[in-house]
Design a protein around this ligand. Structure first.
Ligand SMILES: Nc1ncnc2c1ncn2[C@@H]1O[C@H](COP(=O)(O)OP(=O)(O)OP(=O)(O)O)[C@@H](O)[C@H]1O
Ligand SMILES: [Mg+2]
Length: 233
């Protein structure tokens, strides 16, 4: 592989529960190429979500516990501002349980990442264009007639489509998705998978955690997480 777009290099992560140390990742290395669709499989508790959170800079490796690199440079060496930019602009994150904000409607939930860090004067200049962009994205996901609805008024599959639209709103380089079909029936899950296939076809790099080998089969590459390491590639 030429220089990976995103990589975990020898990453360790230990959780502390009271006086007990729970080592979850123990020197995990995983390079991800630009444009690749990677599926991460592993037993429950093997550390898949932990690894995805580290890749998205939602959590950090242990001190001296390796590093996450994006475009060849470690996240750890960057300023807070650059790390916020990485999380907000370079990465789109899809959570297993959607994590939509209940008080915001479908359009507002989707717009939210684009509003982060906007000054008031930028807001007034750009909000029209951003609303149009979010509306188009939601329409392309079959949610055009749902814009004013709150998440609680949506089905699971619709919520997950909103969560994916939100993750794509800032046109990220990488989509990190944690079991995006895990809570959906087969048909609804297949619809979500089609959206992901389409994004991949357009060149988006995708890292997807899944329990389902049938879903992983659609990916370019499958890795297995076992005993805190990537053990089959
Ligand atoms: N914040 C935390 N504090 C303590 N332990 C944690 C924390 N988060 C995760 N763990 C532990 O780390 C291990 C790995 O958790 P993780 O959520 O990464 O697993 P997973 O592979 O995503 O599992 P699943 O398939 O069930 O989602 C588990 O044993 C879990 O209990
Ligand atoms: Mg998990």
């Amino acid at each position: 592989m030429s220089r990976p777009l995103l990589a975990a290099r020898n990453v360790s992560k230990t959780y502390r529960l009271g006086r007990v140390n729970v080592p979850v990742l123990r020197g995990t290395s995983l390079p991800i190429a630009d444009g690749e669709w990677l599926a991460i499989l592993g037993a429950s508790g093997s550390g898949k979500s932990t690894l995805l959170h580290l890749l998205g800079d939602l959590d950090r490796p242990d001190p001296d516990g390796g590093e996450i690199l994006f475009e060849g440079t470690p996240l750890a060496g960057r300023s807070l501002r650059a790390r916020n930019h990485y999380r907000n602009r370079s990465i789109g994150f899809v959570f297993q349980f959607y994590h939509l904000l209940p008080e915001l409607n479908v359009l507002e939930n989707t717009l939210l990442p684009a509003l982060v860090g906007l000054h008031r004067w930028q807001y007034y200049r750009r909000i029209g264009e951003l609303r149009r962009q979010a509306t188009e994205l939601l329409e392309s996901f079959g949610l055009g007639d749902r814009l004013p609805h709150r998440p609680r008024e949506l089905s699971g599959g619709e919520r997950q489509r909103v969560a994916i639209a939100r993750a794509l709103m800032n046109k990220p380089r990488v989509l990190l998705a944690d079991e995006p079909t895990g809570n959906l029936d087969e048909k609804t899950g297949a619809g979500i998978l089609d959206l992901i296939v389409e994004q991949h076809r357009r060149g988006l790099t995708i890292v997807m955690v899944t329990h389902d080998p049938a879903i992983a089969d659609r990916a370019d590459r499958i890795v297995h997480l076992h005993d805190g390491k990537i053990d089959r590639d």
